[in-house]
Design a binder for this molecule. Sequence first.
Ligand code: NAD
Length: 457
Amino acid sequence: METKTTNTNEHLNSICTKAEDGQLVCSLISPEDLTCQIEQEKAALPPEATYEQKAFAVIEKLYPDIPASVLELSLKPQRQITVEIPLEMDDGQIRSFTGYRIQFNNRRGPYKGGLRFHPQVDLEEATTLARLMAQKTALVNIPFGGGKGGIAVDPRKLSKRELQQLTRNFVNAIASEIGPQKDIPAPDVNTTPEIMGWIFDQYSKLNGESPAVVTGKPEGLFGSKGRPEATGRGVMYTTREAAKNMGLELKGAKVIVQGFGNVGYYAAKLLAEECGATIVGLSTSAGGVYNLDGLDVEAAQTFYKAHGSLNGFTGSQPLTNEELLTSACDILIPAALGKAITAAIAEKIQAKLVVEGANDCTVPEADEILNKRGIVVVPDILANSGGVIVSYFEWTQNLGNFYWTLDEVRTSLERIIIAAYGNVDALSKRANVSRRLASYVIAHERIARATMARGIC
Ligand code: NAD
C-alpha cells in the first residue's frame, strides 16, 4: 500500500493512501497528526541512525512517490580517486604525497567542491565532505553535484616553489577527471586564491584556456568579486535570519567564533560591522581569547597575521579552544575543523544559537543534545553555503565571460541563501523537525527527483 502526502494549505495536509485495487483514498490530516506520524517513523530508528537515515524516514512520509532505493543511491560516492604525487624537494630529494578527489554525486550538475591541503586529509574525510557538498548544492538549489579532495600535506612545511609544484603535479594527475562541465574544484582549508590560480594555469596548459575549471581564483585572474568574503557573509546572513526568527536582537548580541581563518574572520567582521554584534571570543589552532566587553576584530586580524596566533592579544583573557566553545555568549560560530562540538561540549554550551561555519563540526550525539536543550542550530550545509553559491557565480561569469559588480554578487548571494533558509525554516515548522533534518530532507528530495528525472531509475 502506497501513501502520498501533499500540503493543501497552511493548516491541513492531505494524506492519500493507495488501496489494493489502485484507488486513491485521501483524507485531511492536521499538522499535529503529521508530526506524530513523522515522530513514529523516527522513533522506529536506532539511536545511532545517521542524519540521512532520519531524513529518509521523513521523506518516506512526506513524499512516498520517491523509492527508498533511489534515496539510498545518494549515499554512495560515484567515484573515489586516489593519486600518488611525486615532488622534487628544494634539497633534491624526491618525496611522494597522496592526493584525493571524490566525485560524490553529479545528478544535479557537475561535481563541485573544495581542495584541502592538510596532514589529516584522507579518503574517509574527503568522502564525508564530498557528500556534504552534494547535499549543500542541492539544498541551496544551484546546478551542481558534490565533490571534495585534497592532499595529505602540511603546506607550512613546504617552500613556495615546492607548494606550487605539488599543486601542478596534482593537477597533472587528475586533469582528465576535472573540467568546467565535469568537476570544478575550489578553495578549502589551507588552499588560497593563489593556489586556485596555479590550478587554472596548469589545467589550461593541458586543455586550452579554461577559467571555469576552478573557482576561488584571484580577482585579477577570472575570480569573482566577493568570493573571499562569501562564506563568512553567508554565515552572517543565516545568523541574522535565525536571530530574527528567535526574537534575538543581533545588535549587541555576544558572539564567539572558533577558528579565525577565511570563514571565521569574515563572519566575525560582518556580524560586528553590519549587524552591530559584539564579538567576545575568537580562536585559532593555538588557543582562544575572550573579553565579554568585546574584541576588535580588525586589530585581532592584524595581530594574528603578525604573530601566527592570538596568544597575548591585548585586552583579552586566554582560553583553551574547549573553554572558548563553552564560554558565555548568545551565539556560537564554530568555523575551524570538523567534529569540534562533541557530546561533552554540547552539554556545556551556553549559546542560544549555534551557526555552523565549519563543515561536519557537530557530531550526531552532540546534535541530539543541542536539540534537547532547545539550542537552535543552523547546520553547516546551509550556514556555510555562501562560498559555493559565489563559486557558482564565478563559474557563471567565466562561462559567459561577463563580470558582475560586488553589489550584484552580494545581492544575489543574499537572495539565494535567504530563500534556502526560508525553505528550511518552513519545513522544520511544518514537520516539526530540526533545521538540520529539514535541510537533509530538502536536499535528498531534490537529488532523488533529479535522479528519477534523468531516467536513471
Ligand atoms: P582556514 O584555513 O582559512 O582557517 C582555519 C582556521 O581555523 C585558522 O584560524 C586555524 O588556526 C583555525 N583552527 C584550526 N584548528 C583549530 C582548532 N582545533 N581550534 C580552533 N581553531 C582552529 O579555513 P577556512 O577556509 O576558514 O575553513 C574553516 C572551515 O570552514 C572548514 O571546516 C572548511 O571546510 C569550512 N568551509 C570553508 C569554506 C570557504 O569558502 N573557505 C566554505 C565552506 C566551508
